[in-house]
Design a protein around this ligand. Sequence first.
Ligand code: URA
Length: 240
Amino acid sequence: MRLQKYLAHAGVASRRASEQIVADGRVTVDGEVVHDPATDVGPGDDVRVDGRSVTPVSDTVVYALNKPAGVVSTAKDTHRRETVVELVPADGRRLYPVGRLDAETTGLILLTDDGELADLLTHPRYEVQKVYIAEVAGGPVGHDTVDALRSGVQLDDGPTLPAGVERMNERMLRITLREGRKRQVRRMCEAVGHPVVSLRRVKLGPLDVGSLRPGQWRLLEASEIEALRAAPVRTGADRD
Ligand code: URA
């Protein structure tokens, strides 16, 4: 990234003012005074203004989106349905969704151009928590059903890991998963005789969907991205 843009992104001054600051010889890169505002700098460079270190900026972005129903969470859809990527301003970046939600599922999904972060949040090894609110059919959900969902149910691709399950009322469940198999919540509920009527993801790792309404998005702040990076704490090997 050009030095002038780097300084502006780091909040030192506007781009034009940053250009002047560089021209005045007030900026060093890795200990050398530079006079060219177009000098290429990156996160690994030690950039200083008047001897004071400028916090390196991340060149990647993370959007939180409340996915509406009917929108697919792939980057491109072969059936030309609307995709989550089309709902946020890409600004020339190649964004892709972090994990998947079914077309009919609503709620929190992240979009980023940071491949490493996407891997941290989706790789099964890291067991990042995802919280869903499921409205189910099949009559009042009994406590034995809740216990069965908690301890793990048999699906056609194997048993599920222990899950957090709270009964919010007779037909609403709050389900916390540490895995992310295809249509997992729907298949789990179906397996215990309570097909899902509607499904919403409200939390991913430490991040809550908050007050975002369906279709709304916001850019995450650096502290929120750091908290997401810290989310993958357990590995399959650690599990007891
Ligand atoms: N489980 C599901 O069944 N669907 C989703 O979209 C996410 C989790």
